[in-house]
Design a protein around this ligand. Structure first.
Ligand SMILES: Nc1ncnc2c1ncn2[C@@H]1O[C@H](COP(=O)(O)OP(=O)(O)OP(=O)(O)O)[C@@H](O)[C@H]1O
Length: 202
């Protein structure tokens, strides 16, 4: 699905990482680990096409991955939930469903937020906000999910539900790349450990 070859990214004139290569096939998961500042978020942003590559190449394959633009190929969930605080839970999801398609009710059910559907997003707890962000993944299917510390703030039940969502995505041929400092519910995932660059330790 995705072949990353000798990737390098520079930020602020410094090399964040270089020479990173990996392959991701349908159904596979890759967990990015490494110290603070090692470049996990930067790699996710580069895979999402939000940060330019200084070197290397990304090659996509498969009809779904090549269809139209990045929106049909991947979902990127950053640290920030990017919610609209004045809109209710269900209105937030409807906004994204208008962009990407998909059904709102099953997505709310997938993260157990249906009972809070009418609540303004500004009133959600930290874990509920994170669950609403994750609900976006359950809208329209895309081949690749890029997730930055997706379980931060989630309780045990929410992590289990998220694990089920990940498993359904992978069983349907989806792939996952996730940055994390804690174990994730991703059976059989590979690990790519990013090493801190020397300047990051100064
Ligand atoms: N726009 C930028 N300009 C300059 N340096 C940047 C920029 N964005 C990120 N960096 C630097 O790139 C390095 C990697 O940052 P990144 O956020 O990718 O690390 P991370 O591994 O995700 O860290 P954490 O575990 O703390 O989330 C850091 O040293 C950071 O300061």
């Amino acid at each position: 699905m995705l072949e990353a070859n000798a990737l390098a990214v520079e930020r602020g004139g410094r090399v964040v990482f270089a020479g990173l290569s990996f392959n991701l096939e349908a159904g596979q998961a890759l967990v990015l680990t490494g110290a603070n500042g090692a470049g996990k978020s930067t790699l996710l942003r580069a895979l999402a096409g939000l940060v330019p590559l200084a070197e290397g190449s990304l090659r996509w394959s498969g009809a779904a991955a090549l269809a139209e633009g990045p929106e049909s190929r991947l979902r990127y969930l950053a640290h920030a939930e990017a919610l609209k605080p004045g809109l209710s839970v269900v209105e937030n999801l409807r906004f994204w469903a208008r962009c990407w398609g998909g059904a709102v009710e099953p997505a709310l059910e997938a993260v157990d937020l249906a009972p809070l559907a009418g609540l303004p997003a500004r009133l959600l707890s930290a874990g509920q906000r994170r669950r609403l962000a994750l609900a976006r993944l359950a809208l329209a299917p895309v081949p690749l999910w890029l997730l930055d510390e997706p379980t931060v703030g989630l309780d045990a039940a929410a992590i289990a539900r998220f694990g089920a969502l990940l498993a359904r995505h992978r069983a349907a041929g989806g792939a996952v790349v996730a940055a994390t400092h804690v174990p994730l519910p991703l059976d059989g995932a590979g690990e790519l450990r990013l090493e801190q660059q020397p300047w990051g330790l100064e």
